[in-house]
Design a protein around this ligand. Structure first.
Ligand SMILES: Nc1ncnc2c1ncn2[C@@H]1O[C@H](COP(=O)(O)OP(=O)(O)OP(=O)(O)O)[C@@H](O)[C@H]1O
Ligand SMILES: [Mg+2]
Length: 308
């Protein structure tokens, strides 16, 4: 939406919320990894951990005990007196991301994840929450000049997730290739439509990703394209490498660029994020990430396995 401003020449940053009707579809894995890739391509990227209840993105990006984080999003949305308190994006330390990747964390240093979190009354409605979120992100963008903003959400029809989509102006839906996941995706889309109609907001459905797929997903993709009237950005297979990397507190696209998850995500990036704002340099950097990945994959296929 119009609140986002970029200090560089690229125009307003692209902001997108990552949603899913059903929990556990891979929103956090995908949004963190897309952030790593965008940063690697040379874009200054802001991740927003708006899953205030589980702090998954903050965990993946900063480890179990986030250091140097004084104020978190949980603080801003739960403490009335802290309403105008400011929050600073934290640099995610990684050689892969070239100091281009930042996070608005959900949890601050030394604080546990809140088991029973209660939002302040002002933020218990969609409008109240969205307005505050827009101002928080606009503040970060004004200050740091981000090219991309990716918002990870709690999932389901929770008002914080819907508010994230309206604040960003666009969303990507992550689904698994099974009926409960599609049905819950439909429920979420209906809730978003209703929210837009009631309150006059506008939001773009930027497409869907099928994750953890174990079957050829062409037919499912075609079905969902019709059902959800949105582009099919890609299908990511169920991939052990994802689980292994995240268990070891590492992000797959920065560690194992030849695993199926990383390769599919690079394709999704090309399909969903490459715009006229991308220079040859940005595209070359994306190719360079995957050149060693492809060589490793070929070695692995030839039986010269490097430990996996
Ligand atoms: N393509 C994949 N293959 C295998 N495992 C995956 C894949 N994508 C995600 N996972 C695993 O699935 C689990 C859930 O992923 P993740 O936390 O990203 O989902 P989520 O949608 O953010 O969940 P929540 O709704 O709880 O926030 C994690 O253990 C993650 O490592
Ligand atoms: Mg999550």
């Amino acid at each position: 939406m119009a609140v986002f401003r970029n200090s560089e020449d690229l125009g307003p940053p692209d902001a997108v919320a990552i949603l899913s009707g059903k929990g556990g579809t891979g929103k956090t894995s995908i949004s963190v990894s897309l952030g790593y890739l965008l940063a690697r391509c040379g874009f200054k990227t802001l991740l927003v951990d708006l899953d205030l209840f589980t702090r998954g993105m903050t965990f993946y990006a900063l480890g179990e005990y986030p250091q140097r984080v004084e104020t978190s999003l949980v603080d801003l949305f739960t403490e009335n007196e802290a309403r105008e308190r400011s929050i600073r994006p934290v640099l995610i330390p990684s050689a892969f991301t070239d100091a281009n990747l930042f996070l608005l964390p959900s949890v601050a240093e030394g604080r546990d994840s809140p088991a029973d979190l209660h939002l302040s009354r002002d933020f218990s409605t969609l409008e109240g929450f969205r307005d505050r979120l827009e101002r928080i992100i606009a503040g970060a963008v004004d200050w740091y000049g981000f090219d991309y903003v990716l918002i990870d959400t709690r999932g389901g029809t929770d008002h914080t997730s819907i508010a994230a989509a309206y604040a960003a102006g666009s969303f990507i839906l992550v689904t698994e290739a099974d009926k409960p996941s599609w049905d819950m995706g439909r429920t979420l889309l209906d809730a978003m439509d209703a929210a837009g109609k009631n309150r006059g907001g506008q939001v773009q459905n930027s497409g869907f990703i099928i994750n953890k797929s174990v079957l050829p997903a062409k037919a499912v993709g075609a079905y969902l394209r019709r059902e959800w009237v949105a582009p099919h950005l890609g299908t990511i297979p169920l991939d052990q490498a994802v689980i292994r990397c995240f268990q070891q507190d590492r992000v797959p696209v920065a560690e194992d660029v030849s695993c199926p998850f990383s390769r599919e995500l690079a394709k999704i990036l090309r399909k969903g994020f490459v715009t006229q704002n991308w220079t040859e340099g940005n595209l070359k950097r994306l190719k360079r990430v995957y050149a060693p990945g492809i060589l490793r994959l070929l070695r692995r296929l030839a039986g010269d396995d490097d430990g996996f």
